[in-house]
Design a protein around this ligand. Structure first.
Ligand code: ZN
Length: 351
């Protein structure tokens, strides 16, 4: 067996759907899918129901997670006009702050300058601010990073115009970083037409030119690969008003290994994008004696191997270069041969 060993991967962008969306995913199923994808630490997004915008919701969500997680989990606090004054009280429970400048799943949105000022002035400087910003909203985020002299991380950058703007900002020495998702690297608008609702997410899939631009910046401007794991049930996806989002935790590493096999990037760069850079940018703790063993035998992604509660992936049927065979977390084998072996609480909460 041709195999390699990687450090535990870090996914900065997941939606584990607790509280309020437990029929789509929960902490146990989401973190099981994470281990199956070689992810041993992840950050969960705040656009839940209710959203993670108050200390009360944050405390109860963390309590639920503590009893359920198979890998280490941290949370984003959500920025909102209604609860902007609570940001300092929210910070102790969160790894970072998430600001939604553009439309996505759920009601969390910041469209007014006073709330943006409150975020940049009152969120602790030692904790990151991440933004969902598309097109010209990226320029708003870069302007805020420059104005307040503090880092901004851009989520799921998907367009040529966005990655080129971030490259310009970096060349001026501005403190900005960004992540790209595997679906924006491997799928285009043509796939969206083929997949229908199963290829619908925010940001929408781009053109081949957008995809080419992301790949051409994979060795410099792109800092991290993050999944934006956003499960919805097939019933919801095939309803009259399908919600945007696709699962991604389990398929991210197999896809990126395929890109390595196709010489789009080196294995060393993959480890930077999926471990070192996320850890450095969000100042995440080291996981001692933790590793991911990967079998590099070509294989096919199949829906029936999904450990996410929704049981489907937009990559069903795709040939990939390998898959995770075993995960060791802090010295304990927690995943082997397609199954989670861990006790339910092998994961730890961050911070
Ligand atoms: Zn997201």
């Amino acid at each position: 067996m041709n195999s390699i060993t990687l450090p535990g991967l870090i996914d900065l962008h997941t939606h584990l759907r607790v509280p309020g969306g437990e029929h789509k995913e929960d902490f146990a199923t989401g973190t099981a899918a994470a281990l199956a994808g070689g992810v041993t630490m992840l950050l969960a997004m705040p656009n839940t129901t209710p959203p993670l915008t108050t200390p009360e919701v944050m405390r109860s969500t963390r309590k639920t997670a503590a009893a359920d997680i198979h890998c280490d989990v941290g949370f984003f606090a959500g920025a909102s006009p209604e609860h902007a004054a609570l940001l300092p009280d929210l910070a102790p429970y969160a790894v970072a702050l998430k600001i939604y400048l553009n439309d996505t799943f759920g009601p969390l949105r910041v469209e007014d300058v006073p709330t943006l000022r409150a975020c940049f002035q009152s969120w602790p400087r030692e904790k990151m601010i991440a933004m969902h910003a598309e097109k010209q909203s990226v320029a708003v985020g870069i302007g805020l990073a420059a104005t307040y002299g503090r880092p901004v991380h851009f989520c799921h950058i998907s367009r040529r115009q966005e990655i080129e703007l971030i490259a310009d900002a970096k060349s001026r020495g501005l403190p900005v970083t960004c992540e790209v998702t595997p679906h924006h690297l491997f799928l285009t608008q043509e796939d969206a037409a083929r997949l229908g609702p199963l290829g619908d997410m925010r940001p929408l899939l781009g053109s081949q030119d957008d995809v080419d631009a992301l790949w051409s910046h994979i060795d410099d401007t792109v800092d991290c690969i993050a999944t934006d794991h956003a499960p919805h049930t097939l019933t919801e996806k095939y309803s009259d008003s399908p919600p945007p989002g696709v699962p991604g935790l389990q398929t991210s590493l197999p896809l990126m290994l395929t890109a390595v096999a196709q010489n789009h990037l080196t294995l060393e760069r993959l480890v930077e994008l999926m471990h070192h850079n996320p850890r450095r940018i969000f100042d995440l703790p080291e996981q001692e004696d933790t590793r991911v063993e990967v079998d590099l035998t070509p294989t096919t992604i199949r829906n029936d191997q999904s450990l996410t509660k929704v049981g489907w992936t937009p990559f069903d049927g795709m040939e990939v270069a390998g898959q995770v065979s075993r995960v060791v977390l802090r010295g304990e084998v927690v995943f082997e041969d397609g199954r989670v072996l861990a006790s339910a609480v092998a994961g730890r909460l961050l911070p």
